[in-house]
Design a protein around this ligand. Structure first.
Ligand SMILES: Nc1ncnc2c1ncn2[C@@H]1O[C@H](COP(=O)(O)OP(=O)(O)O)[C@@H](O)[C@H]1O
Ligand SMILES: [Mg+2]
Length: 457
């Protein structure tokens, strides 16, 4: 900014000095040639103003793309889990298109600069040489050859504004480089994609079946090994196990955030890879420990997975997640801005909003990965309540990863994992007797919770 001001000042001073020198050398030649020079000056000033606002537009649009991408890339798992990729792509395309149009305008403007300035230069030279030559030939002594040469020298000094403008093209170069990086990212290979024959999974019952599933993130380091179990449609199952036992990985295989490395995951009797990702994920809800909220209002976040839902529907979803009351208590209710990644909400409020967002899509299968791990106790009870109510009301299958003892005691069925293998399957009362690994872990969790540090365990 300051740099721009000094440059402008320098241009004005240069112009005045050059004009004064020229008038002093010869008032007639000066007056005659200052006219095109004055036009050139006005043009340059206007041009500078134009170019500044156009480049500002380029910069602002790039900034918009940048913050949009930052927000959406940070929330990419949410986008994937709600199968909203196409809508996001459309939004990105609109922003990219605006950026492209302003960029084109900027380069068109930049390209018009040199021809116009050279034309003024040509006009100035023509007038100066014509009038100067005429005065010299007339021999009245008003003008000399030396003066003409000196005068031309001064004119060259006006080249500096040209250089200044040329430097601004740098900005454009940098913008281009950023855009190229974005394109690189968009072109990154997709490892999980629809198979050519993929079908739509519709009106599913929501039965989940693991058939001899094994999985490894890195070759030679199995995380899940020979996992087999069936969860009936509408069943509520708690998944428990020590840290690193593979619980999160197991959940991730159902909506195909990852594909199995051996065996298959089936929904309603069909391999998940037989279905299109969009249809699979739009029927599966996923709420993790920390769910990204997009910057925007509570309502926009709530409706993310199903923007066409009616107000009655999204309010019902918020009630079902025990979120409606706290939302009404926010400064602007459903219109409250949640801030980047929902920073203006407490951990428990964010979780309840995420749960409501998932409920709104009425998922046949709901996957919950320690949803109360970083939540205040009041919210925890409300979240547990809403999860159990969903099952009671027969709204779909629920797989819940948890080590909260009250939930484990209430769960109709627990799958207990250790080292990526299923070592216990049954009710709490059964497992505590029949599965020593579970009994050990359960007592450990119970102690941690009694010590009041359960939230970080
Ligand atoms: N993205 C990943 N890349 C490599 N290893 C991973 C990744 N995610 C998890 N793991 C490893 O897989 C194992 C199981 O992890 P996880 O499913 O998160 O366990 P849990 O949820 O039961 O704590 C751990 O040993 C963990 O280090
Ligand atoms: Mg985990």
């Amino acid at each position: 900014m300051l740099q721009g001001l000094t440059t402008l000042l320098e241009e004005v001073v240069t112009f005045i000095v050059v004009a004064a020198m020229v008038l002093w050398l010869s008032p007639v030649v000066g007056a005659a040639s200052i006219l095109p020079l004055a036009f050139a000056f006005i043009f340059i000033r206007n041009y500078n103003r134009r170019v500044k606002s156009v480049y500002e537009g380029v910069r602002r649009r790039l900034g918009t793309i940048g913050s949009f991408l930052q927000d959406r890339l940070a929330g990419i798992q949410v986008t994937q889990s709600f199968a909203r990729e196409a809508a996001e792509e459309q939004q990105f395309a609109t922003r990219a298109d605006e950026f492209f149009r302003t960029s084109v305008e900027a380069s068109r403007l930049r390209n018009s600069y040199f021809p116009v300035v050279s034309f003024f230069g040509f006009l100035n030279n023509l007038v100066m040489l014509g009038v100067g030559a005429w005065l010299i030939m007339e021999g009245s002594g008003w003008f000399s050859l030396g003066a003409l040469i000196a005068y031309r020298g001064f004119w060259w000094r006006l080249q500096s504004p040209i250089r200044t403008i040329a430097q601004t093209s740098d900005i454009l170069q940098r913008a281009r480089a950023s855009a190229l990086r974005v394109l690189e990212l968009l072109d990154a290979p997709v490892t999980i994609a629809d198979r050519p024959q993929a079908r739509c999974w519709d009106a599913g019952q929501g039965r989940v079946e693991f058939q001899d599933v094994s999985f490894s993130y890195l070759p030679g380091k199995p995380v899940l090994a020979g996992l087999s179990f069936t969860v009936a449609a509408g069943e509520f199952v708690a998944i428990a196990g020590g840290s690193g036992s593979g619980k999160s990985t197991l959940l991730n295989l159902v909506p195909r955030f990852f594909d199995t490395t051996g065996g298959s995951v089936l929904v309603d009797g069909h391999d998940v890879r037989a279905f299109t990702l969009a249809s699979l994920r739009s029927e599966i809800g996923y709420v993790g420990q920390d769910n990204y909220l997009f910057s925007g209002t509570v309502e926009a976040n709530l409706r993310y997975g199903r923007p066409e839902a009616s107000q009655a529907e999204w309010e019902a979803a918020a009630r079902a997640a025990n979120a409606h009351d706290f939302i009404l208590g926010l400064p602007a209710g459903y219109d409250t801005e949640v801030g980047q990644n929902g920073v203006k909400l407490s951990g428990g409020q964010r979780q309840r909003l995420s749960l409501a967002r998932a409920f709104l899509t009425r998922p046949r299968i709901l996957l919950l990965d320690e949803p109360t791990a970083s939540v205040e106790p009041e919210s925890e009870a409300l979240i547990h309540d809403s999860i159990l109510r969903r099952t009671r009301e027969g709204l779909g299958t629920t797989l819940l990863v948890t080590h909260r003892v009250d939930l484990l005691r209430q769960a109709p069925r627990i799958l207990f994992l250790e080292g990526g293998q299923l070592v216990g399957d049954g009710r709490h009362a059964e497992l505590i007797l029949s599965c020593p690994e579970y009994a050990d872990a359960y007592h450990r969790w119970e102690e941690t919770e009694e010590a009041g540090t359960g939230h970080s365990a």
